[in-house]
Structure formats: structure tokens, C-alpha cells
Design a protein around this ligand. Structure first.
Ligand SMILES: O=C(O)CCC(=O)C(=O)O
Ligand SMILES: [Fe+2]
Length: 307
């Protein structure tokens, strides 16, 4: 892999702790230092996580022509290998994905019941559970930013949030080229507010804590049984005037097949994202102009599929 690597010990946040203030403080520290942390005791049963992995494998094992019947429209549905490029300087990522959006949206595409009978029900159950975990985390994040705990609800960020469940499959074997590394997922930061990621035990995920420093130093993020990996997205970085970091990450190929699923909790499309009062002052004025969440996300999503 060429670059210097080590394993990163990320902070662990316990969602079941009754001491909300101390949890919020730990989240603040984690988001300031790393933009990444493990979440334990989140209340999603291990059995449900395993069932989602199982159903995800069932889907990606279908013949390509079946999967292509659900090919991506907008941000919904299936994208084959190399269709997405998270880092525009790379050739395309060696992964296939399936996106499920807000459950009430008629734009969602579902595999047929004949092929995968309980697929939709399982995905809907997971979507609802992970959304409610995400909302609890957002409450703690508001506290971590010295805001009222319902701040993000009050500004409408969490009414019909633009939230997507993304199933990912990295095939074990892939083309290799002497000229260029083919990434599972090339270097990127997530676009939205928060990402809640479930991984299998196959390694590959890495983070780069200093995106502007060259050469980039990549550190491995280990899978922890039962824990979700949480990371901050670019919109929360803007909201917090870069107090919270949206950390660069990627997935390296290891020669082993890998599955994961990410839940992107992004604000309602009409929500205005502008520097929080608790994150700016005369000496640190806002670094970004206000933007409408939907406009920002649309631009970022389009760029992912354009090359
Ligand atoms: O598969 C993973 O572990 C990470 C996926 C990811 O970073 C993404 O989909 O944004
Ligand atoms: Fe990501």
C-alpha cells in the first residue's frame, strides 16, 4: 500500500449511559479530535445487523441483469462496480451499492418478493431503528455544541430527513493495474450530517486525520463486534465552523470480499445550514456561507456519478 499505516484507537461512546452531559462531552471531544467514534449499546440487536448482512448478500449475489433492473434512478437503487467515484481523481470504485431512501418515498426501488421475500421488511425495520439511533445521537450532538438538546429538531433538520441506507459490497477479486491503485472506496468525506456504519470483520476502512497534510497518513479503523462506526459529514462540519471534523476516509482492497452498510442521516432538504452561534465569534467568523441542505447534497451526489 506504500503509505505509512497504523491502527487508530477511536473513542467509544456508550449510548445507554444515563449521564447525558458526560456523554455529550465525550462526543464533543471525539468529533473535535477524530470526527469518528464507535457507538456501543445503541439498542440495535446483533441479530438484526446479521440479518441485514445476510439479505444484502442475497441481493448482491443475484445475476447482474436482475440487479440492473433496479439500476439507480436519482439517488435510489443499484449501482454496479465502477459506477461511483468518490474521489474524482481515481478511476471508479470497486464496489457495488444499493440505496434505500426515505421509506415513504415512491422513488424507492425494491427487489421482487418472489426473489427476496423478506428483503424489504428487513431493510425497512433496520432503516427505522438506525434512524431513531441517529436522532438520539443528534440530540447529544446538540448538547455537545452547547445548544438546546432539541435544537436540530426545532430548525426542521429532522422532519423528513434526507436519510439513505446504503448497502455496500466490495468483491474480493478485482482487476489490478500497475499504473493505478483500484480502491474499494476512494478517499472522500461524507456529505451530510452523520453517518452510522456497520461493517463485517474484513478490514479495509482507513481514515486520514489531516486532509491538508502531504503525504497523507492513513490509519486503519478496526471492526468492533456490535459497535456502529459513527462519523461526521461535511454539513455538520459547516454548521460547526470546522469545530467538528468531517474526516477523510477510504476502503482499501485486501483481496477479501467485504460487506458493509452505511446510514447517512442528512437534514431535510429545505433546512438551511449556517454557522451555529456557539461556533463562531468575532475572532473566528463563519468560514462558509449559508446553504440549503438539498442544494448542497444534490451537487455532491451528482459529482459522485459524473466521471
Ligand atoms: O464500507 C465502508 O466501510 C465505508 C463506506 C463509506 O465510506 C461510504 O459509503 O461513504
Ligand atoms: Fe464514507
Amino acid at each position: 500500500m506504500g503509505e505509512c499505516e497504523s491502527v487508530l484507537q477511536l473513542p467509544v461512546i456508550d449510548l445507554s449511559s444515563s449521564d447525558k452531559i458526560s456523554t455529550a462531552n465525550c462526543i464533543r471531544q471525539a468529533c473535535t479530535d477524530y470526527g469518528f467514534f464507535y457507538l456501543i449499546n445503541h439498542g440495535i440487536q446483533e441479530q438484526l445487523l446479521q440479518t441485514v448482512f445476510h439479505e444484502s448478500k442475497n441481493f448482491f449475489s443475484l445475476p447482474l441483469e436482475h440487479k440492473m433492473k433496479l439500476a439507480r434512478k436519482g439517488n435510489f437503487g443499484f449501482s454496479p462496480i465502477y459506477a461511483e467515484t468518490l474521489d474524482s481523481s481515481s478511476k471508479g470504485d470497486c464496489k457495488e451499492t444499493f440505496h434505500i431512501g426515505p421509506l415513504e418515498s415512491h422513488l424507492n426501488q425494491w427487489p421482487s418478493k418472489e426473489m427476496l421475500p423478506s428483503w424489504r421488511l428487513i431493510m425497512e425495520e433496520y432503516y427505522q431503528k438506525v434512524l431513531s439511533v441517529g436522532k438520539r445521537l443528534v440530540t447529544l450532538i446538540a448538547m455537545a455544541l452547547n445548544l438546546e438538546d432539541d435544537f436540530f429538531e426545532k430548525i426542521g433538520a429532522l422532519d423528513n430527513p434526507y436519510a439513505f441506507l446504503r448497502l455496500l459490497h466490495y468483491p474480493g477479486e478485482m482487476e489490478t493495474s500497475d499504473e493505478e491503485v483500484v480502491y474499494g472506496a476512494s478517499a472522500h468525506s461524507d456529505y451530510g450530517m452523520l453517518t452510522l456504519l456497520a461493517t463485517d470483520a474484513v478490514p479495509g476502512l482507513q481514515v486520514c486525520r489531516e486532509k491538508d497534510k502531504q503525504p497523507r497518513i492513513w490509519e486503519d479503523v478496526k471492526h468492533v463486534n456490535g459497535a456502529l462506526i459513527i462519523n461526521i459529514g461535511d454539513m455538520l462540519e459547516r454548521w460547526t465552523n470546522c469545530l467538528f471534523r468531517s474526516t477523510l476516509h477510504r476502503v482499501m482492497p485486501t483481496g477479501k470480499e467485504r460487506y458493509s452498510f452505511a446510514f447517512f442521516l442528512d437534514p431535510n432538504e429545505n433546512c438551511m445550514v449556517e454557522c451555529l452561534k456557539s461556533c463562531c465569534s468575532d475572532v473566528s467568523p463563519p468560514l462558509f456561507p449559508p446553504i440549503r441542505s438539498g442544494d448542497y447534497l444534490r451537487e455532491r451526489i451528482e459529482a459522485t456519478y459524473s466521471s
